[in-house]
Design a protein around this ligand. Sequence first.
Ligand SMILES: [Zn+2]
Length: 419
Amino acid sequence: MANLSEFNQWLQKGLGRAVLHLRTHDPAPYREAVLYACTHDLTYDAQCEGDREIYLLDLINCVADQDFFRNGFLEALRTPPKDPERFDLGRIVEMARNFAEKGDDEMKQAMYRAVADAGFEPEPIYYEDLIKLDGLPALVIAAEHVPSDMPEDDLWQVNSLVTALQDRDGVEAANDAIRRAEQESPRLAQMLERSRLYESRFEPGEIQKHLDYVALKKMIAEKPGAMFYAGWGRTATEEELRAAASDLILEKDESRLLAYLRIFWFQPFPGPIAPVLKLAESDNVRLARFSVKVLSQLTNPAIRELGLRLLDSAGRNGDGVELLANNYKPGDFQLMETLLGEPMQVDDLHSFEIGVRHLASAHHSPEAERSLTLLYENGPCSLCRCGVVEELIALGCFPDWMREECRYDSYTETRKLVQ
Ligand SMILES: [Zn+2]
């Protein structure tokens, strides 16, 4: 029988092992831990790892004590959190919705009250669940709660509410219903109008056309922080790339250097690499990272040498392994195994994991098995775990016990891999 701290680690990572354990052991000692996981955010990266609704429902069903969870959710909706840092109203609303859907009116009232009290500002994801539950009326209520001066940067959230309704009722039916409701609710009309204006800026327009290099260079000088330089690089001619490479080498301003480096994220850098190798060791973390991204596409003994050096430097292990992707030699995965046996900060472990995944998928070597298995066990992020599992399957090194756990993994795509 697993001790609580071990069980909590499984929950945190979202391992299917937690579900299997509850199925085969007395679940009572673990029910508080499951309730905590349903009411707090334990994920490493909430934005990337998706919701854990099915996983948490599996756990709740294993505990088989509906009253305990019902009371727990009502209390969580009605009382100030004891652990506000990890308290996750969105998750609670999501879980509570499963009770409300079965006709639990008290739960439904508590959900609406808690969401209204929280205000629209934190995250409209709360309203998404109310929309899943009640459809258009919940969208209208959300509109009443949106501050009319909602900051532009938050307007994308309105779109996610519309998408929630479209997912629930179908795109056409949802759009028809919204059009009708807009006539009734000026607040809804105003909210949607602002959101549409905002979204229209991202539709293909002038900026999507391929600028010639002279215009691009002017843009880098004036707006180095713009995001589209990598996209420009994708469609650039060889001549344009050579011109950009020459200017990169001459550039001294750090923000412009970042813009030039972006151009070569998806295109091989055609200039001499020595200056980029130097930038990869810059104290400016972004400059160093962007340079690694450029170098990682090239093959050169100097890049391998830098990769091996960075592997051994704390905080740069992930960059080190990225540089080996195109500079790999058999036996490299043993270096990864050694590093995975040593303590690492969680963020470093995560970037190292991403690098090892890239290395493994570039070389499909059975040598990667042990590293991937260690990452399955210790990696903090369930999205990366999915990539690890995919690679183990591709290598034919996917043990039955792992397959069984993956059927109950918190990350839906991982479950799909073993269906
Ligand atoms: Zn990840």
